[in-house]
Write a protein that binds this ligand. Structure first.
Ligand SMILES: [Zn+2]
Length: 291
């Protein structure tokens, strides 16, 4: 069993419960939770193929990412507004940009870049942004430049080695650059109520479960200073919500219902989802940190 906590570095993880055949562990020092999983080389590229984004229920991915666009755009516009509260423009890299919806939500005054492991998503994002979108896992992304802002939306929880990811982010960010992260909060009420049935416990898609305290420790250890933490309500489509329920109550009827809703766009309404189990963090690359 893995013991070392990626957030605080202590060696005191204990087994919490099993989900989908994977052990979920918790650090006894900082309560960071993580999956007892060692990714093989190429895991990211092999796992995040088209079938994660379309009919991705088997991988705990998306029912239909493209049909989710109205809901995803609404979240993206909120996130873009959050970023623009602190930075008005400049160069920005969206890590795990998928079809490029967040970059689309930013105004034209931004110099936008994205990296994304899924070939299918890169194809769509490139229709709008051309070669500013690179097909690569973060670890392999070599743009030969640095950015004013880096965003990681619904992305950190998927990383196989979060410290390696943050070292890469630190190397790609200018000194005093801005980092924005949106990730589930494992210390929020929803996982406390739902326990192992929380819809974000979906290994091996989600591997890292931070809370509002240990994410700060994690960022500091990687040369970032956390400045703001915020909770948005989010909108999801009815299909996505039913798909989430199907992860909780593992019943074939519910999965079929989600598939039926996906096929009837009229039924697939956008639902406000006020659970506040996603946290949004703004951090700065510490000027004490030099690479
Ligand atoms: Zn820890």
């Amino acid at each position: 069993m893995k013991r070392t906590c990626a957030a605080c570095g202590h060696n005191r993880a204990v087994f919490l419960f099993e989900k989908y055949g994977y052990g979920i562990l918790r650090c006894r020092s900082c309560r960071f939770e993580f999956v007892d999983f060692d990714a093989q080389d190429g895991f990211t590229k092999d796992f995040y193929t088209e079938d994660f984004f379309v009919e991705g229920q088997d991988k705990y991915g998306y029912a239909d990412y493209l049909q989710e666009k109205p809901s995803l755009m609404r979240s993206s516009v909120k996130r873009a507004g959050f970023v623009e509260r602190y930075v008005k423009g400049g160069s920005i890299l969206d890590v795990g940009c998928a079809a490029g919806y967040f970059l689309e939500a930013l105004g034209p005054h931004w110099d936008v870049y994205g990296c994304e492991p899924s070939e299918a998503m890169v194809r769509i994002a490139r229709e709008r942004f051309g070669d500013r979108i690179t097909r690569a896992a973060l670890e392999d992304y070599e743009p030969g430049r640095k950015f004013d802002v880096i965003t990681m939306w619904d992305c950190l929880e998927h990383m196989t080695d979060p410290n390696l990811s943050m070292q890469k982010v630190a190397a790609l960010l200018k000194d005093d650059g801005f980092l924005f992260i949106g990730t589930p909060d494992a210390g929020s009420p929803a996982p406390r109520i739902l326990g192992r049935h929380w819809y974000y416990y979906v290994p091996p898609a989600h591997l890292q479960y931070f809370d509002r305290w240990n994410i700060e420790t994690f960022l500091e250890r990687n040369g970032f200073r956390m400045k703001r933490l915020f909770y948005f309500g989010k909108s999801v489509s009815l299909a996505e919500m039913v798909a989430n329920i199907s992860y909780v109550v593992d019943h074939p009827g519910i999965k079929r219902l989600s598939e039926r809703i996906v096929k009837s766009p009229k039924l697939n309404l956008s639902v406000p989802f006020m659970v506040f189990d996603d946290m949004t963090v703004m951090a700065r690359k510490s000027s004490l940190f030099r690479d």
